[in-house]
Design a protein around this ligand. Sequence first.
Ligand code: HEC
Length: 478
Amino acid sequence: MAQKNSSPWVDYVIFGLTVFLIFCLIFESFIDLPGLVAWLGRWHPLILHFPIVLLLMSAALGLFNRMVPKLLLTVATISALVTAITGFFLGNEAVPKGSLLLWHQWMGAGVAILAVLWYWVSTNHLQQTYLVKGIQVVLIILVGFTGHYGGMITHGEDFLALPKSKKLEKIPEDPLIYEHIVYRILDNNCIGCHNPNKKKGELLMTDISELVQGGESGPALVLGDPGKSELIRRLHLPVEDEEHMPPDGKKPLSENEIQILERWIAMGASDTLKLSHLDSNEPLAGMVKKMMDSGTKNSWSKLPKVADSTLQNLASDYVTIKRVASNSQALGISVYLPPEYDPKNITDLKRIANNIVELDLSGIPIGEKEMEFVAMCKNLEWLEVDRTPIKDAEFAKLSGLVHLRVLKAYETGIGDESVAVLKDLKNLNSLYVWETQLSDSGLSQLMEAVPNLYIDHGIDPELKTDFIEKDTIVDSIQ
Ligand code: HEC
């Protein structure tokens, strides 16, 4: 199908890149990449379009029994290798890797290696049509899946989110009591410490059966009997009690939330029960409605309309825009760092500022201009400006954002001057500020002014060694 290549250096390049890719995959946990390489990784979202188009074209030509031009296959193969390698560089910044990212990485490497195999077969005049056709079919499928997983990653599922769950998603009109209400309460308050990666007290909470099975001290949940359920007992303990959950001064559950859990257990802890199944005089119905009303859905109904086409125009490889709930005008935006950063990447979003309720600018070298844009997003509820160079002067721009509920500003240059700004954010309930210049006295002033605020400023250095020892002991037992 193709002629022997006249310039052997192309073969060497492909061979070298293949060896390098395989080396990266095998030794990835030992590799500590220098900054330049991390920068190369940022080209991945641009470069990846080439192998998708070129490989699909080559495979389609082959499958229709057309001659696949040697040059096309060569460029497709090299671009697949470069994409896989830059993707590896980009993914290396994400620790720990979520399962989506791992799948995407291995499938992407599979695409590149298959392309190399095809290239090799065709340069060596091996006319094994079935082998080549097989490679083409698998390539088409694999390119599709790799792209799909990559898309899920950039849309924020599982990718370095901390804490993981987005708390802003809307509760449906007729919620399932377990899935949409109970699980949401547990996810927001408990699952961070009781999940397969971090199984405190040997207790998992991601499933009803796990709650029934319980942990070190037996079942956490006894169907129909909240009085015998360890989980409920711990919620009712005084906050100072060591066994109170959640521990360590984390924000306790509201009375309404505790009652919802209690009543749901008393009614048999079903996972199929819906709000509409409940009698109107059943107390659980009232509590659930109260929780739904305290959500944000009412304020979102007043947001101006934005057309899908506007969103498509403003989105790019480095800016993802999604509706927080389908049909909603509330938008969530994540910005990734392009190789050549320009503040316009962010300030161009001005047109839709009023609709933005979630904004993720983590790790972007933002300055005054970008913070002025953030200040225009009056309806913002969730903001991530962690790992950015902002200091108190830029942070001061946030003072009008009264709807902010979650703010991540860790690893920034903000200090005690920002406490005054924070004090005015009356709706703030979670603040992440480790590795900043904020002093302990500044933070305690803040805690007095906004009593329900949960502040994560990292682990107290005194407690740190204690924690590490405990974790290593637990790990060595497992
Ligand atoms: C900051 C981490 C953290 C959070 C958040 C947290 N827990 Fe725990 N939980 C622990 C630790 C550590 C233990 C084990 C020590 C103990 O028994 O007090 C534990 C133990 C438990 C146990 C007893 C398990 C057993 O069988 O011994 C229950 C029940 C429990 N947690 C429920 C909850 C609930 C309900 C929430 C949410 C409202 C919650 N936890 C949130 C850290 C956490």
